[in-house]
Design a protein around this ligand. Structure first.
Ligand SMILES: C[S@@+](CC[C@H](N)C(=O)[O-])C[C@H]1O[C@@H](n2cnc3c(N)ncnc32)[C@H](O)[C@@H]1O
Length: 247
């Protein structure tokens, strides 16, 4: 209700980003095959054992879940997936990290938007990771490195060996403390032009508190709240600003 439109934007950076990327409906060729895959996952009744290292699905607490239920409850909407693609196409990052692969739909959007980029994605459930790997193969995408294991361990190991992070999509453990901790760990490899995206910022009170704390972080200069996702920038030549925009 409080979200603003392009007409109220006085920041040229945000105006351009909003009109040419966020609020744009441009369709790309790559969308079709990934959406075909999403649809097949939504119809896949295969039962798999799930290792849940995060806050878990609110709808499905048991250890065995059908692939179609995982697809329904843990994948972001097509609208968010397409936004991720457009953001990568707009900013052209070379070092992309995703926390929380699930079945790999958004990983494919990130990788197909910038085929020359190095895309690393992290997933804790071995059976889900195995389906994601098959999906990357079926889509003939070879630029993705999937790190399997608890992000509490895989992230510090990855960061020790990473040169920098241009684009980070945080969509794993939807709890307040891990969200802030992963954000701060990734900050060490960020730079002035890095973009961090947080999914589900209003999913719970804990996620909302994490989002508010991240907005207040001294290194964070600009945030854009699109309600479902939050965008974070570190552009230190501008005064600190927060926007809520209609998406
Ligand atoms: C919301 S889903 C990710 C959705 C995916 N990014 C997409 O939109 O298609 C979160 C995933 O993070 C994984 N996860 C949660 N906490 C984790 C942790 N501590 N370590 C590794 N993986 C974790 C879960 O197994 C789940 O598959």
């Amino acid at each position: 209700m409080k979200a603003k439109t392009a007409y109220s934007l006085h920041s040229p950076f945000v105006f351009d980003l909003y009109t040419r990327c966020i609020n744009h409906s441009k369709s790309f060729e790559a969308f079709h095959s990934i959406e075909k895959l999403r649809s097949s996952l939504l119809h896949n009744p295969q039962l798999i054992e799930v290792t849940d290292l995060g806050a878990g699905s609110r709808k499905n607490k048991q250890d065995f879940r059908k692939v179609n239920a995982i697809a329904r409850h843990s994948m972001s909407s097509r609208k968010v997936s397409e936004l991720l693609f457009r953001l990568v196409d707009y900013f052209q990052p070379q070092h992309i990290l995703e926390l929380g692969t699930s079945l790999g739909i958004n990983t494919l959007y990130l990788a197909k938007a910038q085929p020359s980029a190095q895309v690393t994605t992290m997933e804790g459930c071995p059976n889900i990771a195995s389906i994601a790997r098959k999906n990357f193969k079926s889509q003939q995408v070879e630029s993705i490195q999937l790190m399997e294991g608890n992000i509490d361990k895989t992230l510090p190991y990855f960061l020790d060996n990473a040169s920098k992070l241009d684009f980070v999509f945080l969509d794993a453990n939807h709890r307040e403390a891990p969200t802030i901790r992963y954000f701060e760990q990734c900050l060490a490899k960020s730079h002035e032009d890095s973009v961090f995206i947080l999914d589900d910022i209003y999913w719970s009170q804990g996620m909302q508190r994490a989002w508010e704390q991240i907005q207040k972080h001294p290194q964070v200069m600009l945030t854009i709240d699109l309600f479902r996702v939050g965008l974070v920038f570190f552009r230190n030549k501008q005064p600190k600003q927060h926007f809520k925009l209609r998406f």
